[in-house]
Design a protein around this ligand. Sequence first.
Ligand code: ADP
Length: 603
Amino acid sequence: MRKENITMRAFRTYSAYNPKYFPLKFLHILFQSISPYFNLWMSAEIVTALYAGKDKQAIFLLVAITLFGNLFVRIVGALLGYITELQRQILANNEAAAFNRKTLSLDYDKLENPEIRQLRRKISQNSQVNSHGVKQLRFTVEKLMDCAVQISLSCILFTEMLGNMASVRFPLMGAVLLVLLFILVVLTVVMQLQSSKKNAANWNSLSEHMLGENRIGQGYKVSGMDCRIYRQQEIITPLEEKNSRDHLRIFTAVNRKSFLYETPVFVLTKFSEMCTYLLVCLYCTLGAFPVGSVIKYVGYLGRLIKNICSLFNQLGRAKHNEPFLKQYLDYFDIQNDMYQGSLAVEKRSDKKFDIEFKNVSFKYAGADTYALKNINLSLKVGERLAVVGMNGSGKTTFIKLLCRLYDPTEGEILMNDFNIRKYDYRQYLDIFSVVFQDYSLLGLPLGNNVASAERWDAEKAERCLAEVGFGERYREMPQKLDTPLYKNFDADGVNLSGGEAQKVALARALYKDAPFIILDEPTAALDPIAEAEIYAKFNDIVGDKTAIYISHRLSSCRFCDKIAVFDHGSIVQVGTHDELVADVNGKYHELWTAQAQYYTEKK
Ligand code: ADP
């Protein structure tokens, strides 16, 4: 099977985001292009009429046709421009939405894959900074449509001119000029092709450089507060100045090259125009057409040559845009390959979902070492499991595997004796309520956030908020559950503190009312009183759910039935607090002793 051209495929995908746009744009271009041709035509008629000494009435009629014709073309053109602009917005919105949808629908391991993240970054930066990719494709298609319309209109009149020229005797000079004109046009097109090829590579080199600049710019991650306290401006300003100098140097070099590439085309075009003038004037003197037509034919021929060059220029640009379109299509071609499962997850009122990790190991994409190695652990319904260990020991990864955000590299995870891969993926995810360390709330009303849905059960949402200690703050909110969070979309939105946001995230986990509740450092941003409040209520909050609790604060794990101690990706101890603390050679004892003084003082 023949492989479809990248530009064609990208155009098919892109135009489908709003199929109305390109046909409407074509109509708009048609109306815009008619105007100058119409004016040239009418000017020629008026000059010829004046030259022929026609009466005033006839001349006024021609002038009136010119004015009203122009008015009509302009009004329809403006109307079409307005409609087209609206459709262009829809096209851009739909394209952005499709890109977001693709990103959100990726398997989590693909979403987080470093190469795919890099591809996503390149696509958006190339588009935003340099208008490459589908944006450039739109410009090119519009320009090509414009060239096609103008070339067609010019050709019609060119044929008319040739017809007139054939009516008189054929002078040798005419033949020479026609051949010269033909050679000049072919030469211009060849030069144009070469120039646009070199120029595209030239400007692409600037784009590459700008991507680098942008990467540095984003990488600073300047915080207004840190900047003031640590005078970071003193490091950043010289870097920015250097960036700016580098940019100017590269821009000047690119611009100079661009000028050199374009000049020969410009000179050749001017020569072609000169030939056109000579040719048209020669035939006018021979009586092939009236004086007025000189303006018309010179104008049309000039436009014909200009548009032929522009057409080849755009084709060259389209070729150079191909790698950017390929990146775009490659992103959409990424296939989800996570097995979706088909086994229904029973809706059990007894919430009896027993979990077992059997020899589970896991390595992140691109990593050399295992983040988890040979994990064996079982979890019975209603149990409270605490997961402790140093930073980077694999606690969060363990949770991500349990929630099937990633599949194990080796080993298997069973739920009620079936591999979790066998369960319908969506239904499986439904049995977990998780508050991740890097949770995020949406810039939408509080009710949407707690219910994680368009509509909410107000009573249930308020109960959940009260249970996690958000009740007092909630009562202060005049708009209650309709209060927008953050000011992204609403100036009346409330900015939550870290602790308040964490409570809302906890309330969201409770509202979901899933059989498993998993809290990854859920009290990290809470003040000691709020933290104590959550611990005191923890049993009530969790109820008959199976709970997994990750924490650095070992004292907060004492109420759990079972504690798993992670170290360098392995589980090194499992037991109750009393059992583990008694093992003086164990990791738990080491961690506990390190924190003991702090907890004694805190008590
Ligand atoms: P913990 O939750 O105990 O702090 P994690 O489970 O987050 O530890 O991390 C375990 C190991 O896996 C660490 O070495 C960490 O650097 C690595 N890791 C975590 N996330 C990723 C990722 N997305 N890609 C590559 N390595 C990762």
